[in-house]
Write a protein that binds this ligand. Sequence first.
Ligand SMILES: [Zn+2]
Length: 494
Amino acid sequence: MKNKCYKKWSVFSLILLFTIFLSACKTDIQTPLELSEFKEPTSHEDLMEFVKDAERQSRQITMGIIGESVEGRAIPVLKISGDTYGTNPDKIKMIMFAMLHGNEHSGKEGSLKLIREFANGNLDHFLGNIDLMVLPLMNPDGAEETQRRNAQNIDLNRDHLALESPESQALRTLFMDYLPEVSVDVHEYFPYGSAWEEFGYRKDFDMQIGLVTNPNISSEIIQYQNDTFLPFMKEYIEERGYSFHNYLVGGIPNESVTRHSTVDINDGRQSMGILNTFSMIYEGKNGRDRYADNIEERANCQYESMVGLLEFVSQNKQAIKQMVEEGRNNLIESQPGEKVAIQMEYVKGDEPLHMPLKSVSTGNDTVIVVDEYYPHVEAVLEVEKPTGYLVPAEDEKIVNLLQMHNVIITGQFVPEDHDIYRYTNVTDPENARLVQLDDLPLGIGYYYVPINQLHSNMLVLALEPQSQIGLVNYDAFEYLTEEPDYPILRVNKK
Ligand SMILES: [Zn+2]
């Protein structure tokens, strides 16, 4: 009897010991920044070790490599999901990518903290609603040198249309593979420039969030972001002790125009936004040295802002999913004749902006009344959508670009069923004219690019020669307007 009891106890204690052993193995992991006691932003090498550890630590995290930088550094993605990312239609898909600019380290550090918290099981409650992809370091070559651009000297946050860098190409492929409904591009702004020092005041917001502003993006998304999302984030971030503002762009107040954003579709926010994605940009406050200065606080602010977004998206999953789906369906079902704004301008608001600033000399807060405040965007020139575009098959540059964007291109086109138009006089874009052709130009093969697809608005903005943000504005595509006749044709079904 005694013996039996002893045996039971020894089995029990073995199990107990084993459990203790297992939990000891699964100690909470720390980010490289934390291990350095906040003295060194995470290097690419340490980052790669850390994300592998995170994957080992958690069944919910899968690490992948989406491609390589110019200098051959791996660009990792962490897919965080209770299932397999993108396979559960009830969930909403999110993508967060950080450090397109190599001198904005807090986006990376905040992302690593977020990954760490998921790895340690502290954010599991979001995974019932959300599938998340995190790319903590999009520009590893720039980051190694703490410089803005990549190793080709390309600003990756202006390369999402022309896709001239391997980094932007890899991100685009990933995005198109999954088409997340929510997208965040994580940056920092630099408030310590000499012009502001001279002015005597500077911006001091810990976090600014910029929304989609191109007027061709779904007005429902734009309105919901402004009316519902932004107030939520303001409250969420301020409750955690950080200051917040809608992203303000521009130089010294009243000496130059203060506005909210660009309308261009080549940055990390609008390029996803033009596909009717719930897309935004985060702008944390950089350090004075753009490196380790204040990095703990900067990383924490990014992290809290990321969790705030997870909270908002989790709470409003159905509404966001629905408006994105509707917006994307509208693009896929686009009709010829619908208007797209290809030239836009910023428009002054009725009210001045009361801009909170900080005195450079005393550090005191102040408020400046900004009359030169241009919060709105209006169309200056609109064009009607054609049924489709014809792109010369021999123009490999454009054809490759459209393929990288996952644009639908077909060889199926019956000229007799269509009216065919060509822009002429494009060497002088102001006076370019559309003329109807009797037939297709002889001896040139074309691919047909139908307008009724997800890229509908993007195609018009990219391909119209008078588009203020079109391909013709890029050095790589300057050749399009070197001859009076524009090589890409517009066609309308008869
Ligand atoms: Zn940036």
